[in-house]
Design a protein around this ligand. Structure first.
Ligand code: ACO
Length: 310
């Protein structure tokens, strides 16, 4: 019987059809998905912090309303993704505990500080831009609930990207000081944005198997190249440059060549030593502890309801 199940799983993948929660799946497939989806969910939740930092200091009511909507969207994405992880048998409370204990990862990008309001625009343009580049192909991920979740997430990310680019466009039409603020922000975020796609393919332990299972549809380097190619013309329209002397169009390849990100910095940030790692987790832990009474109240209420209906 096990052979039949394996054959069924493999032929479903080979036909490029979807695996659903009740289908049999190899344990490695399940664990890989839980790992990736949990990291993705944690990233959305931790990702609320760098921009949330500017909510109280947004320069106008309009900017504040946009930013509030955006940060709330990220919370929604996180909850949506935790639900997808639950369809694989993961326990949401356990995932949060692992995040707070530093046992599960979240995206390196959120361990960099947001030093100016231009960072809100740059994060929208480059960070959410990179997220879209990575997540649009995940709409075709072989696991049904993950792929379907990505459709809505990508639509909202697209709004996030646009609001960021529009913000930067407005600043670039402003004063010299505002233009300088945008360029300084782009200088800080360019390399970390490239690192979001993960280590180079020859140092990525998970890519090959995840591609074979249809969990990932492109390698890390393929997506990084795609992101560079789409970002350069956008930078030209905006009037900013990227801090990479090796960034140049290569007519033979039909792509931009670009320099090597500092992978030792990446490893350091992933290991927990980035500028903001400690604070991000501390804030998350505090929020979790402050929410204990809400969880307790919800459980007490559910228990009482249960008693009354019995
Ligand atoms: N930040 C932190 N950790 C990372 C990053 C990153 N930018 N990139 C890779 N890693 C980790 C991987 O999670 C993996 O760790 P693990 O094996 O201990 O779990 C390790 O580095 C090796 O990397 P890969 O073998 O390349 O891992 P994987 O195949 O999972 O690819 C990737 C990484 C591309 C991030 C993939 O997991 C993915 O597409 N995830 C979904 C998208 C996502 O999580 N986005 C979050 C940021 S976007 C946003 O929220 C706005």
């Amino acid at each position: 019987e096990h052979d039949d199940l394996t054959t069924h799983f493999e032929s479903t993948i080979a036909r490029d059809q979807r695996i659903e929660p009740r289908d049999w799946m190899p344990e490695g497939y399940r664990q890989t998905l839980i790992r990736q989806i949990a990291q993705h969910a944690h990233s959305e939740i931790i990702g609320m912090q760098p921009e949330g930092n500017w909510l109280t200091r947004a320069p106008s009511l309009r900017r504040k309303a946009i930013l509030t909507a955006k940060v709330q969207d990220e919370a929604g994405h996180g909850l949506y993704l935790y639900s997808a992880a639950e369809t694989l048998g993961a326990d949401r409370a356990e995932l949060t505990d692992k995040l707070i204990a530093g046992k599960q990862k979240y995206s390196s990008i959120f361990n960099y500080p947001t030093l100016s309001f231009a960072d809100v625009g740059t994060i929208g343009w480059l960070v959410d831009g990179a997220a879209i580049c990575n997540q649009v192909p995940l709409c075709r991920s072989s696991f049904g609930p993950y792929g379907r979740a990505m459709i809505r997430v990508c639509k909202e990310e697209s709004f996030h990207q646009r609001q960021g680019y529009e913000l930067l466009t407005t600043m670039m039409r402003g004063t010299d000081a505002q233009r300088a603020m945008v360029q300084e922000s782009v200088n800080r975020f360019w390399w970390p944005a490239l690192m979001m796609f993960g280590p180079p393919d020859d140092q990525s332990p998970n890519t090959e198997q995840s591609m074979a299972w249809g969990i990932k549809r492109h390698t890390n380097d393929e997506l990084r190249q795609k992101f560079v190619d789409m970002s350069v013309p956008q930078a030209q329209v905006l009037g900013v440059t990227f801090p990479d002397p090796d960034l140049v169009w290569n007519p033979d390849r039909g792509h931009y060549d670009f320099g090597e990100p500092d992978w030792s910095e990446f490893m350091d940030v992933v290991k927990g030593n980035g500028a903001m790692n400690f604070e991000r987790i501390a804030v998350r832990r505090e929020a979790h502890e402050n929410g204990q009474w809400v969880r307790d109240a919800a459980l007490a209420f559910a228990a009482r309801e249960e008693q009354e209906t019995n």
